[in-house]
Design a protein around this ligand. Structure first.
Ligand code: BGC
Length: 743
């Protein structure tokens, strides 16, 4: 019965998600209402709609500075963030709709990044599932819970592509790949916004951080970004567009500059591309005081000018900067901005309030019973467990050390084995560490001896002896090591991305006992772990899995679930290889380890420790030779030939002893282009479940647009010539078929 209820819940979630997938268009009749309201508004009230303040959510509960309450009352602040839970939101909304002149309801925003109360894996972890339905479901549940707790706007999805694991915010995104990043961005927007805005479980999504924030120089957060327009459009820009095309209603600017202009004042990004090229009809919000920070960037002299630059560039709402509130009136008087611009920005914000149905019922997200029923419901926990185990990546499994046998005596070691506080990771919404299942709890009922061994940080090795004694006394060692949650996320860049403290030493000492050592990694970024990779018997990358951590890990350790995750980011051998990513281009001197005068290091190989797309299973898979229908007319040569897709077929066989799921990946390389092309680019994948001995032939379809790129003259199209199409279980181990696009 419980299972049936859960399945019905999943089916319903998907029905909702799959219906909404087109760029946001204002609903019929909305603009008539918005314009009627605008006509009644004073200039101050309009500017109020462009203003967003945070409350001071303290460690023990919500508070709001008296000044902000007055701002709400006077209509000077039309939107809040970091205020949630029904009781708190209701009171603030009451002030807006009972004590203001025009009774315009507030938007309530919050960073619901991987769950509200039921915490799901960090987004980088979920990306490792390569399961778009699971990711959509996770976002759907996050939105359902948040919308039951008074919220109607989430600052997600974060779609910044990143090739540098030193950057702490890689945990919030989908990793290094553009194509996968696009698909995940779409899934998340569908999940967040649900079937229709206006439903009590649908929130406004906010795509962030526009644009190229993930390319911060040297992986240092907030740092400048510099790249060619070609690389920007090809690698970094598409996920924002994919999210916009999937119907995202709001977008957040980024802290960084693009081409010398801070994103928040960058008209090229916010007007030329976003509004003119893409036709975005939602509203643009700054990141936290990013408008004010343009003074530090040195492109304007003061905050008043920052407001002018922003509004002229296309920013509608000022997050926390109080610049529009303080200066926009004066700027209008001086003719630095126009009334039309202010009206248009207010119109865009008000539109969303109408879309959400807040004018009909400002308290529609404030239902105590719904809050009680939704938060941390058994269905949500069950879904979190399933998504969590799908996010785990098996990096190594020598001698089939995993799965474990019930009869085995386990030494459970490491600082994270019974730790609850780190499991929800960074950006953990309203999640409680106490609601998390630890690994020790997940292994309840097994024959386990638990010893900590060491702390996550510091040099203290006094716990090693007890850990080693427990290991010697056991059949198998399971050691949990990783980063603290606050070591990644915002403002958490690291130069050394090895395991902190003496954790690696502990693992290596345990390996010396000769017992099989299973390493469980919990972290928010690819780590540098070459020694562990060499010496451990088995390795599971579990990221931070959230509320159901221990259950999901136990499911994988026991074999109740056969891991199928694949890395969404390359794991380097050394931090000196960073930035490192799979879809690089050839140089004129391609890597040759035998020759000094090629593109290489003298002290390390070029290859990563684990490539993009890598991950093992308890089953093994054999790939057949891919076959393609070879010849079709290039879509973009201007001739009127039929534009037919390329289809590629490949047989995949489970050669193992247990059923398993494989993520079959398809990569493309254009051999000769008018500009250099990546050695491989992901263009498709399928997740296939195979019984032992079973073989399935999968068909991939490459549409003409899948082969398009920015040609030498920056026009977007394909070119005739030869293409390699590669299929495999990761980005390096592939089988290739060559196809030709005719003129
Ligand atoms: C972050 C954003 C976040 C915002 C509001 C900023 O510091 O960069 O990602 O949405 O704060 O919390």
């Amino acid at each position: 019965m419980k299972k049936l209820k859960y399945l019905l819940f999943i089916a319903q979630a998907f029905l909702i998600g799959s219906l909404a997938a087109q760029p946001y268009k204002p609903s019929p009749g909305i603009d008539v209402k918005v314009n009627a309201l605008l006509a009644k508004m004073t200039l101050d009230e309009k500017i109020g709609q462009l203003t967003l303040y945070t409350t001071d959510w303290g460690s023990t509960g919500p508070t709001i500075r008296e000044g902000y309450k007055n701002d709400i009352r006077s209509g000077a602040c039309g939107n809040l963030f970091n205020s949630h839970t029904v009781g708190f939101v209701r009171e603030l909304q009451r002030i807006a709709v009972e004590e203001t002149r025009l009774k315009i309801p507030l938007l309530f925003g919050f960073d619901v990044i991987h769950g509200y109360k039921t915490i799901f894996p960090i987004p980088l972890g979920e990306a490792a599932s390569w399961d778009l339905e699971a990711i959509e479901l996770s976002s759907r549940i996050a939105a359902t819970e948040a919308a039951a707790a008074g919220l109607n706007w989430t600052y997600a999805p974060m779609v910044d592509i990143c090739r540098d694991p030193r950057w702490g915010r890689v945990m919030e995104g989908a990793g290094e790949d553009t194509w996968l990043g696009c698909r995940i961005a779409e899934a998340r927007v569908r999940g967040i916004q649900g079937k229709k805005l206006g439903s009590t479980d649908a929130m406004l999504a906010c795509v962030k951080h526009y644009a190229a924030y993930g390319a911060a120089t040297a992986g240092r957060d907030y740092n400048t970004v510099d790249m060619s327009e070609r690389f920007f459009r090809e690698y970094y820009l598409p996920p924002y567009k994919a999210a916009v095309d999937a119907g995202a209603t709001t977008i957040m600017t980024s802290f960084n500059e693009y081409d010398g202009v801070p994103a928040t004042g960058n008209k090229y990004l916010l007007t030329n591309i976003l509004r003119n090229e893409w036709g975005f009809k939602g509203f643009v919000v700054t990141d936290y005081t990013s408008m004010n920070e343009m003074v530090n960037h040195g492109v304007i002299a003061d905050e008043k000018e920052a407001g002018e630059l922003s509004l002229n560039a296309g920013v509608d709402m000022d997050m926390q900067g109080a610049i529009y509130q303080r200066f926009l009136k004066q700027s209008l008087k001086e003719g630095k901005v126009t009334q039309k611009q202010i009206d248009e920005a207010a119109r865009r914000v008000l539109r969303q309030k109408f879309e959400l149905g807040l004018f009909e019922d400002p308290y529609k997200f404030c239902n105590e019973e719904r809050q009680k029923a939704q938060l941390l419901s058994p269905e949500h926990r069950q879904a979190a467990r399933e998504v969590s185990r799908k996010s785990i990546v098996l990096l190594k499994n020598d001698k089939n050390a995993l799965p474990l046998q019930r009869s085995q005596k386990i030494a459970l070691i490491g600082p994270l084995a019974d730790n609850k506080s780190e499991l929800i990771g960074n950006w953990n919404g309203a999640g409680n560490a106490d609601d998390c299942i630890t690994v020790a709890e997940g292994l309840k009922g097994w024959n386990v001896t638990q010893v900590k061994g060491c702390e996550m940080e510091g040099a203290d090795k006094s716990g090693f002896d007890a850990a080693l004694a427990a290991a010697r006394n056991a059949d198998v060692v399971v050691v949990t090591v990783g980063e603290k949650a606050m070591m990644s996320g915002e403002a958490a860049s690291r130069t050394d991305i090895a395991l902190p403290g003496v954790q690696e030493e502990l693992v290596l000492e345990l390996c010396k006992t000769g017992k099989p050592v299973v390493v469980i990694l919990m972290n928010g970024r690819p780590l540098v772990i070459p020694q562990i990779a060499q010496n451990a018997t088995a390795i599971l990358e579990t990221w931070w899995l959230g509320t159901e951590t221990g259950n999901a890990i136990a499911d994988v350790l026991s074999g109740a679930y056969n891991p199928s995750g694949k890395l969404p980011m390359t794991f380097p051998r050394t931090v000196g290889q960073v930035p490192i990513f799979y879809n690089e281009r050839n140089t004129g001197r391609p890597y040759n380890p035998e020759s000094k005068w090629t593109s290489r290091y003298i002290d390390e190989v070029n290859a990563p420790l684990y490539p993009f797309g890598y991950g093992l299973s308890y089953a093994t898979f054999m790939y057949g030779q891919p076959v393609a229908n070879v010849s079709y007319t290039a879509a973009d040569t201007g001739k009127k030939h039929p534009k037919s897709p390329v289809t590629v077929q490949v047989a995949v066989t489970n050669t193992g002893k247990v059923a398993g799921e494989e993520v079959v990946q398809l990569y493309v390389r254009d051999l000769i282009g008018s500009v250099t092309r990546p050695l491989r680019e992901l263009k498709g994948f399928q997740k296939v479940m195979l019984q032992p001995g079973e073989s399935k032939t999968l068909t991939f379809t490459l549409k003409p647009e899948d082969l398009r790129f920015f040609r030498r003259d920056m026009s977007f199209g394909s070119e005739p010539g030869e293409y390699d199409i590669m299929v495999g279980g990761n980005s390096q181990d592939v089988k290739t078929v060559r196809v030709r696009l005719e003129k």
